[in-house]
Design a protein around this ligand. Structure first.
Ligand SMILES: C[S@@+](CC[C@H](N)C(=O)[O-])C[C@H]1O[C@@H](n2cnc3c(N)ncnc32)[C@H](O)[C@@H]1O
Ligand code: SF4
Length: 375
């Protein structure tokens, strides 16, 4: 059911964006700001203000299934401020995730996250000093290890580590060593991302030639990641995600299965019925709107049902259990479907379309063939 403003009555997934970072990593194009310590506290109040306005409009109720506090670096907030934020958010019935940078982990922070039962998503990225330096990371390999130990000592029971592969200068042997270390640290969940370097960014200009060499290795790197993590007992349940039994990320699953979600904070995106809302990226504009007790500046994009169903194919096929065919058949290209099946990239199981293992390694290409061109 849609309301007049295009919003569904309430959403089950809440994303909260904290843009602050100590330093901007060269490859990152998320909405972030460095410095601005004086604005940390006002920003937390503005987030809670935006949430109150959204709640008053009935967009989010008291018990979302998942809450994901991401960034930026949420853990750059002073522990008391992070606690104020977490305690001001509606309690998640299923999962609270907080993104965390290794160099910010202290016993006090770990304790704060552990008592709230948070799942912690820690940005390790690599354990090779030279790759961390290329990525312009503040953390050293020992910082990442120490952060894991501190989080575990405090009782964090659900830990996800992020890894980036395809970094300029990374050989297959270096990736194998990163994977060994990752497995040795025994997180419940791993997200392994191929490095994306946007053309024209400082990073891609600086590392252009090396990035081109890496591009040739990427498929091999991806296969290595999958093989090593599966051998260690992780289930490859989504394109870039691997989990021990019972530890799949529930927030992202909501997104991949095409559910609505509300995002609050600068630059945050919401998908609510047939509206995609993107909050403005400027911190000053966000704080000023809060001071006026108004919703932050945002851009609304009207979506068609067709677009939402197409997105459901693109996102759903990222999952090992695929997508329900009946829910998406209106946008499928019958010829593409037959062709992808014939060359062993796609299968049908119990009314679901599922990529084969080989299909999953080239998922973007397969999906492009499956969606019918709009007339
Ligand atoms: C937006 S970051 C926030 C997490 C945290 N600030 C950190 O740096 O660890 C979330 C994750 O996205 C991934 N990421 C960010 N930029 C990326 C890029 N250009 N290519 C691949 N992965 C990227 C990293 O693995 C990172 O841990
Ligand atoms: S710390 Fe994380 S969010 Fe901040 S710039 Fe680096 S990768 Fe991006």
């Amino acid at each position: 059911m849609l309301r007049d403003n295009g919003f569904v009555p309430s959403v089950r997934h809440l994303y909260v964006h904290v843009p602050f970072c100590a330093h901007r990593c060269g490859y990152c194009d998320f909405v972030t700001v460095t410095g601005r310590h004086a604005q940390h506290a006002p920003y937390v109040e503005a987030l809670l203000g935006e949430l109150a306005l959204r709640r008053a409009a009935g967009v989010v109720d008291d018990g979302p299934e998942t809450v994901f506090v991401g960034g930026g670096t949420p853990t750059l907030l002073e522990p008391s401020l992070l606690a104020r934020l977490l305690d001001g958010l509606p309690a998640a019935t299923d999962e609270l995730t907080v993104e965390c940078n290794p160099e910010t982990v202290t016993p006090a922070l770990a304790e704060l996250l552990a008592v709230r039962g948070a799942r912690v998503s820690l940005g390790a990225q690599s354990f090779a000093p030279e790759l961390l330096a290329t990525l312009e990371r503040r953390a050293r390999p020992e910082t990442v290890r120490a952060a894991v130990a501190t989080l575990r000592a405090a009782g964090v029971a659900n830990l996800s580590l992020d890894l980036i592969y395809g970094v300029p200068g990374e050989t297959a042997a270096m990736l194998e060593r990163d994977l060994d270390t990752l497995v040795e640290l025994a997180p419940e969940h791993v997200s392994a991302y191929e490095l994306e370097a946007k053309p024209g960014t400082r990073f891609s200009v600086h590392h252009g030639a090396a990035l081109r060499t890496q591009a040739e290795l990427l498929e091999d790197h991806y296969e290595r990641v999958v093989a090593r993590l599966e051998a260690a007992g992780y289930r490859w349940y989504e394109t870039a995600s691997f989990a021990r039994d019972g530890h799949e990320g529930r927030h992202n699953r909501g997104y991949w299965t095409g559910r609505d979600y509300l995002g609050i904070g600068v630059g945050a995106v919401s998908t609510l019925g047939l509206v995609r809302r993107t909050n403005g990226p400027r911190l000053a504009g966000y704080l000023e709107a809060h001071a006026r007790d108004e919703l932050p500046p945002a851009r609304d994009e009207a979506l068609t049902l067709t677009v939402r169903v197409q997105e459901r194919v693109m996102l759903g096929l990222r999952l090992a259990d695929g997508v329900e065919e009946a829910a998406v058949e209106a946008v499928l290209d019958e010829e593409g479907l037959v062709r992808m099946g014939a060359i062993g990239l796609l299968e049908r199981h119990d009314g679901r379309l599922v990529l084969t293992r080989r299909g999953r390694l080239v998922a973007n290409d397969v999906v492009a063939r499956l969606i019918r061109d709009e007339d």
